[in-house]
Design a protein around this ligand. Structure first.
Ligand code: HEM
Length: 533
């Protein structure tokens, strides 16, 4: 009995100390860094950012106008967070300092719960090793081998939508269809798996993904924040996540177990096809590279499985949502829709009606590419790229800050462990970078060559990230978006429906479109009318 009591006492003490350390022994920012007041010690500004604002990024933009491009906000249990939309600070953190700023542990724990130890989750040398091995699958020359897959998926996309329409058009939630197209393309190009959701409807994996992306932004209550904090900080609790009171963790666990079953088969067959001359998909390319590595650098089976799951998580909602926003703007700007249709007609006049467009054709369509870049700028799927300093450091600022005590500063000293939110949404709409019309969708701004002060991987905006962790698949994603947009505009006309003016981005972590004040799943309702039968 006394042994049990001592044991319980020891565990309680250890847990108490761990919680004390996590809450009170955390790095603090200098008190003079300006920022908004925190409405609650428990939840900080997080609930307002993720749940209480009408649309993603509105509140942060207001804070930047009021306090400057870099601010101090509060996280759960009063944690200081440095949030920045400043060009120089972002370049320094994401790019110039390599791995000095890593994804924070609490974030990687959650991501591991979804996809395992794949590229988006691991840090430092492990990340460097995985990235080096996976990169050839996403090179410019590889892209050409994936073009037929993407064009096949675009045909299925138009067939699927056409089959769902009445003769005179219909209101279609295009977000759903683009998400299906993105998943089908990743299945085939990523690991030769045919999800076929465009022709057969959602599968278990796509349904689970909808839940994950729909729930992630729903951090509206303090209780939810505290539970998430506990799950993020105590990995052991993740094991119980399937039974946790937080719906999203049930979905994490579901996705992990479903994708594990699927990709175990995929990895097995990729290993068997290693001798084939023609390697068909991204995972087979990785498995082949892995076979040739020396034992110390080889990826384990768990790491291989995690890459396939990471492709699904990283590539489905991101491409689907970007496409939904592109069609929102095309639906509400008919003249731009027509201008792209004219670009397609010009190419058709040259190559014929039945020929497939080439990558050069896609890249040569000026208006199409301006629309893509501008929409990516306005709607970065991941609004914040979160990092934690691995050492004490000094962050340089491009836009000086006026401190609470009236000084002007160009640098911010930070301590090891300090969490920094690199605000992609804030940067993409920062007037110091994009001019006074930064909040307006204006594709023509890309007629002039844009500067790229943060060394972003594509299109000068931070939507695909920057530096060693920038999106590995950006070329693939851009080609997908080009191909589906072209196919859609050749086959259908898009117009706003009654609900289109209720569409807003977020709020939440992801810029998924939603109907303002109506809750529910992501939506992009447009009237879609076939152009030819
Ligand atoms: C419009 C489409 C897409 C956007 C906007 C996008 C955006 C991003 C961003 C911002 C990151 C970096 C996150 C960070 O630094 O914290 C990232 C990483 C990643 N993305 Fe994408 N992505 C897109 C499409 C895709 C697709 C189609 C795939 C898979 C086929 C994919 C796979 C990945 C992977 C594996 C990573 C992790 C890279 C690493 O950490 O080294 N993404 N993506």
């Amino acid at each position: 009995m006394s042994l049990a009591v001592s044991l319980i006492g020891a565990i309680t003490l250890a847990l108490g100390l761990a919680i004390y350390k996590l809450i009170f022994n955390i790095p603090r920012l200098p008190s003079y860094i300006p920022g908004p007041p925190s409405p609650s010690w428990v939840a900080g500004n997080v609930i307002d950012i993720l749940g209480n604002q009408e649309r993603m990024g509105g509140l942060e933009s207001q804070w930047y106008r009021q306090y400057g491009a870099t601010i101090k906000t509060k996280g759960t249990f009063g944690r200081d967070i440095l949030m920045t939309s400043d060009t120089r600070a972002l370049h320094y953190i994401l790019n110039a300092t390599g791995y000095r700023y890593e994804k924070p542990q609490e974030m990687t724990i959650s991501m591991t719960a979804i996809a395992g130890p794949g590229l988006p989750t691991v840090n430092g040398m492990v990340h460097q090793r995985q990235r080096k091995m996976f990169s050839p699958a996403f090179s410019e020359s590889r892209l050409r081998t994936f073009t037929p897959v993407i064009q096949r998926v675009s045909k299925n996309l138009s067939t699927g939508i056409r089959n769902s329409l009445g003769k005179n058009g219909n209101v279609v939630n295009v977000h759903l269809w683009f998400g299906r197209a993105a998943l089908d393309a990743i299945g085939e190009a990523g690991f030769s798996h045919c999800f076929n959701t465009l022709l057969e409807g959602d599968c278990e994996i796509s349904k689970t993904l909808h839940h994950i992306f729909d729930d992630t932004g729903a951090s509206k209550s303090k209780v939810f924040r505290v539970v998430m904090w506990a799950l993020e900080n105590f990995p052991v609790l993740q094991e119980l996540s399937a039974r946790s009171p937080v719906g999203i963790n049930v979905h994490f666990a579901n996705f992990k177990s479903r994708s594990k079953d699927l990709v175990a088969d995929v990895v097995r067959s990729a290993k068997q096809s290693v001798g084939d001359d023609e390697v068909k998909d991204m995972l087979s390319i990785l498995v082949r590279a892995n076979q040739g590595e020396d034992a110390k650098k080889k990826l384990s089976d768990e790491e291989l499985l995690a890459q396939a799951a990471s492709l699904i998580v990283g590539g489905q909602e991101s491409s689907g949502t970007t496409l939904a926003w592109i069609f929102y703007y095309l639906g509400t700007n008919i003249e731009i829709q027509e201008a792209i249709r004219q670009e397609i007609s010009d190419i058709r006049a040259r190559i014929g009606m039945d020929a497939q467009l080439s990558i050069q054709d896609y890249n040569g369509m000026v208006m199409l590419n301006m629309v893509i870049k501008e929409t990516l700028r306005m709607h970065p799927i991941q609004s914040k790229l979160t990092r934690a300093a691995q050492v004490d450091d000094i962050v340089p600022l491009g836009e000086p800050l006026l401190t609470a005590d009236g000084r002007t500063i160009n640098h911010i000293p930070i301590k090891k462990g300090q969490v920094v939110e690199c605000d992609a949404h804030g940067y993409n709409r920062n007037p110091a970078v994009w001019g006074p019309d930064a909040q307006i969708w204006k594709p023509q701004r890309w007629e002039e060559k844009m500067k790229n002060p943060v060394n972003a991987v594509f299109g000068s905006s931070l939507t695909f990230g920057a530096g060693p962790r920038g999106c590995i698949a950006w070329r693939f994603a851009v080609m997908e978006i080009q191909a589906y947009t072209t196919e859609m505009l050749e086959n259908f006309k898009f117009e706003p429906s009654e609900d289109t003016n209720a569409v807003v981005a977020g709020p939440g972590l992801f810029s998924s479109p939603r109907l303002l004040g109506r809750g529910g799943d992501a939506q992009m309702p447009l009237i879609v009318t076939p152009l030819r039968s």
